[in-house]
Ligand binder design. Structure first.
Ligand code: GRG
Length: 296
């Protein structure tokens, strides 16, 4: 299978859905609507919603009914990028090759844009229209999984520890906590929510959870590696190896080679976790490989 073609086709579907879902730029108050569209549209690999939709199909679901739900996860991701780029956090002037939200619209609007995206995400995921094709219980469970991953027990918790660790010494368990919470949790929830909405059985959910944990951690280690060896043009941001000094990253703790080895091991474990699905799991396996070999 051609994974790049597969991802591009899904990206187009998600981009179109996001375009329709977001209010137009001239909606009052227009500045925040411009900031929302500036942040969300066009760029971005859309890996999280693609994982939701691919997993949903793997367990026998029809992905068309959950495209808005999957877009909600992308909106949470977009909010996290806005807040992550703020001067009080990563202080990054560029994101996806464009000025970051606070650079283009100012810090106050950037904060509000993040807040609006996070709230809109849950508005979209809780759309009663989803009940036409899915049981209310599965919808509540899926939203619960995503909310947990976005909040204190996931992304916000991980980001807090990441910030508090800067410039201090850290060990592997702490680093793994940061990575699995800051980045891994939302990725895992994208997979789990797709499976839950697809009515996955307990053993399938368990296998997909293993897969999600492995690729979530591998994803952030790869991000750390790219900050050292990736081109700033490919990454579309200004932070690079100098800015990574003193940060809790795998290359800083284990070195580049060991970090790359860890990504390969995690990717292999992720593939193995899918054995019960046979050839149907090929798309998820290929996505795991693609993520481990990506340049941006
Ligand atoms: C609650 C005030 C407040 C802030 C929260 C949650 C948070 C700030 C930050 C989360 C940290 C974060 C941004 C983690 C994700 C890191 C990461 C690997 C981003 C890049 O994801 P990709 O590669 O990006 O999927 P694209 O551009 O393809 O979407």
């Amino acid at each position: 299978m051609n994974v790049e073609k597969f991802l591009n086709e899904w990206k187009k579907i998600i981009d179109d859905a996001l375009e329709k879902l977001l209010p137009s730029e001239d909606t009052f108050p227009s500045n925040i609507h411009k900031a929302i569209r500036h942040t969300v549209l066009n760029e971005g690999k859309r890996i999280r919603p693609i994982l939701t939709l691919t997993t949903h199909e793997l367990v026998g679901g029809d992905s068309t009914s959950i495209i808005p739900f999957a877009c909600g996860i992308e909106l949470i991701h977009a909010y996290s990028l806005i807040h992550d780029d703020l001067p009080a956090m990563d202080n990054s002037d560029f994101r996806r090759g464009k000025p970051s939200c606070h650079k283009a619209f100012g810090e106050a609007i950037a904060l509000l844009t993040g807040d609006a995206l996070l709230t809109l995400a849950f508005q979209v995921m809780a759309d009663p229209a989803l009940c036409k094709n899915h049981s209310p219980l599965s919808i509540v469970k899926a939203i619960h999984v995503v909310a947990q991953a976005a909040g204190l027990q996931g992304m916000v918790g991980g980001q807090t520890v990441d910030i508090e660790t800067q410039g201090k010494s850290f060990d592997l368990p702490l680093l793994e906590y940061i990575h699995t919470h800051k980045t891994g949790a939302l990725i895992l929830s994208a997979i789990k929510s797709g499976a839950i909405l697809g009515g996955a059985q307990e053993d399938a959910l368990e296998a997909l959870t293993k897969y999600g944990k492995m690729i979530g951690l591998a994803f952030q280690i790869t991000d750390d590696i790219l900050d050292v060896i990736g081109s700033k043009k490919d990454l579309g941001k200004t932070t690079g190896s100098d800015e990574m000094l003193g940060k809790a990253t795998y290359p800083n703790l284990l070195g580049l080679k060991e970090s790359q080895k860890r990504v390969q091991e995690l990717t292999q474990h992720a593939e193995e976790a899918l054995s019960q699905f046979g050839p149907n799991a090929e798309p998820l396996k290929q996505i795991a490989l693609y993520l481990c070999e990506r340049r941006q």
